[in-house]
Write a new protein. Structure first.
Lengths: 340, 340
DNA sequence: CTGTTAGCGCTTTCAA
DNA sequence: TTGAAAGCGCTAACAG
């Protein structure tokens, strides 16, 4: 491996001078600089970030921890984070927790051990609290994405889950639906809880009685075992006329289940959900959705994180909470009901 | 920051003993080990991977460079790589080159500077050659994924693009199609070239004359400017009856273009493509595709890479080339033609 | 079973 | 404008 000492020897200068050339610090004569540059090229020198980070006590690395790398909401978010990080000269590394608190724990350990300068986290759920406390204890700045965690104050970028749930439900009631189900993620996740709240409020506002049997709380990621959605349908005596899915992945699961039972959307069942399906929704623009600005979640979150990192030492700013609005994209997965 | 020296001092042992406890090396009395462990917990010690990598001259990090993080083929591949890396105790970091040779270059520099132990690359194209040569020069083991680069021998995991193109075309001819177009990625990419070859061979085998005007070579990622596909349609006097898309992203672009022109699939135009659309294809299982085993690309590639890393020093093995078979999933995007 | 020494590649501080 | 010394946190090699 070529080090600054190899360069120094061959260029007839000290290692310190090489370091100065690399980092453009201090005063160097043009001649020396040129010579050092030439030798660096000849020897194919590549700086060693680890050695550098070790002495500088900072890595210029940001870490993005998402919960589902196959979900276009998160990959689009990742693109936003990538662009923002690059713009500010940070490198961005990704991790994928698969909605698992345990895998998340492993990543937190890795993040700590690799001394990332900051972290963007879409927490797996409320049980992520200890992980966040660990980050806080080690003074690693972080920004929460898409979900909050009770008991932990921090910067956070959110959608307005409650409001959006209300919009979705009212879209359905305005088409004559009264028996509206909610197939939601785990109540251990703040966004799922708020979506349930919004759903209940919207029902009340529209004089529809809340019926517990129309709510299924499962996981935002499909479980591999026999589908809970399957079983939920099995025990349903009278089906709803419409379903709100807590996210895009659940919407797909619902559609599969409906297909398997020969139930047509929207003729026999209306369906709406949170989050669009990514580029592939274009194939058949079919599902009516709340389209959150995934890219902005990543971009803004990263900017907030970098602000926080660079603020180090200056007066502590209060925590920032950014709530990004979302549009409803109306397509054709909702039928209009005539019956009262 | 807590270091092994802090632990050592508080536990009344030397730093070396702490190091041994952390790494489970050497012989340590149970009593000492217990005490060191206790102090580590009390002080919330987190090992510093950078310091460790610096002395060990290895990082236990693998880097996966893909060309499109929003393409489910690559995210599924990433899941496979993740699982394989984890199984062997390596950490996996991702980068996204966006099909850009320049961004790829940046990542290669980062990879070199952070001293990853090995790299999995889906190269942006033939122009990636210098990047691979850089890796080779610095003795960083790498495995190519999904695409080869002329002039560079290495381990590689591929699909059988030629054979699969043939299957796709013959599926169309067997349904009576004779005017079959190919909308393909850049000829700078090996898989695109082979797909074109397979297409031509299949036409010949079925006594269909090759017609240049039915081939469009564009990019595997949609360009932001006015769609080339748009313009290609514009200058077409007699439309084909079927289209083979070089990958899933292009298929989506084709569908959008067709929709905009009010052309129905499959009634007025049949369409098939390479690579499935990920979980979301389930919503409307519509497109007939060659479904490559994306997960296996990542899993096997990672295993090959780790083999290569661990072989260090032992006799050089010849380069391995793994070709993964793919199944055609027949859905309903192909119409049967009666006309001869 | 445990400790001492030296050094991984780099930058900060101080001196020339 | 340049250099020498020290140290970031850790572990290999050797000594006890």
């Amino acid at each position: 491996m070529v080090t600054i000492y190899d360069i120094a020897a061959k260029a007839g200068v000290s290692a310190m001078t090489v370091s100065r050339v690399i980092n453009n610090t201090g005063k160097i004569s043009d001649k020396t600089r040129a010579k050092v540059r030439r030798v660096m090229d000849e020897l194919n020198y590549v700086p060693n970030h680890m050695a550098r980070s070790l002495v500088l006590q900072q890595s210029n690395v940001l870490f993005l921890l998402i919960t589902d790398i196959t979900n276009p909401f998160y990959t689009t978010l990742a693109r936003g984070a990538e662009d923002a990080a690059k713009k500010h000269g940070f490198r961005l590394l990704f991790g994928n927790s698969d909605e698992s608190v345990d895998k998340e724990k492993d990543y937190i350990d890795t993040i700590l051990a690799t001394r990332a300068d900051g972290v963007l986290v879409a927490p797996a759920g409320d049980l992520s609290l200890p992980h966040l406390e660990t980050l806080r204890k080690h003074q690693v700045p972080f920004v929460l994405l898409d979900r909050e965690v009770p008991g932990m104050d921090s910067d956070v970028v959110l959608g307005d889950s409650k409001e959006n749930a209300r919009k979705l439900v009212e879209h359905l009631t305005s088409h004559g639906h009264r028996r509206i189900a909610l197939i939601n993620g785990s109540p251990q996740i703040s966004s799922a809880r708020l979506r349930l709240e919004g759903y209940r409020e919207a029902l009340k506002l529209n004089d529809v009685l809340f019926d517990e049997k129309y709510v299924l709380e499962t996981a935002f990621e499909p479980r591999s075992d026999l589908s809970e959605i399957e079983r939920w349908f099995d025990r349903m005596d009278s089906l709803p006329t419409a379903i709100v899915a807590g996210n895009n992945v659940l919407a797909v699961e619902v559609i599969r289940t409906l297909h398997a039972r020969g139930i047509q959307v929207p003729e026999e069942m209306s369906l709406v959900c949170f989050d669009d399906l990514g580029p592939f929704s274009e194939i058949d623009p079919f599902l009516t959705v709340i389209a959150q600005q995934a890219y902005q979640f990543g971009y803004l979150g990263t900017q907030m994180l970098i602000d926080r990192i660079q603020e180090r030492g200056s007066a502590d700013q209060p925590w920032k909470k950014v709530v990004l609005p979302a549009d409803m994209i109306i397509r054709r997965s909702v039928a209009t009901l005539d019956e009262k």
